[in-house]
Design a protein. Structure first.
Length: 223
């Protein structure tokens, strides 16, 4: 069985008139090690889909199974634990904690289990080296360039080696050179990972470097 199975997933938002149907029967299967680019015009539902796959939002109907788990069948507490362990997020904006150093930001996802160990700190520092920030461990986010901040956000999303890494337009706020550097880092780490990567993107170059591409069109995901 694939590690991600999405079946007949629909999402609509209530409005004063007709409900706004954003996703209308999305089908998707993905296995460990695979990467998928989700493309489609602005407003086609890419962010909505990623938010549901990451259990940040609920579907209106349909089912999602991630590593055999339906996150929407879990209690709120179990769901939060599942999300922390199995899902990583990279957004267009980095959402780093401004008061914390780069290293502390990358360690933050491990603190939900209690204290970070010295092995955790080693792993975080190694990941930061991997994304080219080995010399920036004690910088604060404001002291980094936009591309560096986004690479720190990637290290943070990967620190627990999630089964499913979700990236919503991770290069969307960057200029060409920095966008390329972020894509390089993401794809090179992904190629060594067992987990899955799904990235929403407007960049044809980035999409072409992912294993598969699917397009959101009228609420459906077309291969
Ligand atoms: P994309 O990421 O492809 O640009 P989104 O998933 O952000 O698209 O949005 C898809 C559609 O859903 C848009 O028309 C947007 O206005 C609408 N939408 C998104 N979130 C909400 C919400 N919380 N309430 C109502 N409508 C929403
Ligand atoms: Mg979006």
């Amino acid at each position: 069985m694939p590690d991600l199975v999405v079946h007949h997933l629909s999402k609509s938002y209530p409005t004063p008139a007709e409900p706004l149907v954003v996703l209308d029967g999305v089908e998707l299967e993905l296995s460990r090690g695979e990467s998928l680019a989700v493309v489609g015009p602005s407003g086609s539902g890419k962010s909505t889909l990623l938010a549901i796959l990451g259990a940040l939002d609920e579907p209106t109907s349909g089912s999602v199974q991630i590593g055999g788990v339906d996150p929407f069948s879990l209690s709120e507490r179990q769901q939060a634990r599942f999300r922390a362990k199995s899902i990583g997020f990279v957004f267009q904006d980095h959402y780093l904690l401004p008061q914390c150093t780069v290293l502390e930001n990358v360690l933050a996802p491990l603190l939900s289990d209690g204290k970070a160990t010295s092995e955790d700190a080693d792993r975080a520092a190694e990941l930061l080296r991997r994304v080219g920030l080995g010399e920036r461990l004690t910088h604060r986010p404001a002291q980094l360039s936009g591309g560096e901040r986004q690479r720190a956000a990637i290290a943070r999303a990967l620190v627990r080696d999630p089964l499913l890494l979700l990236a919503d337009e991770p290069t969307g706020a960057l200029d060409g050179r920095n966008a390329d550097a972020v894509a390089d880092v993401l794809l090179s780490i992904q190629s060594e990972r067992e987990g899955m990567l799904i990235a929403a993107t407007h960049s044809p170059e980035f999409a072409a470097r992912m294993g598969r591409t699917a397009r959101l069109c009228e609420g459906q995901l077309l291969s």
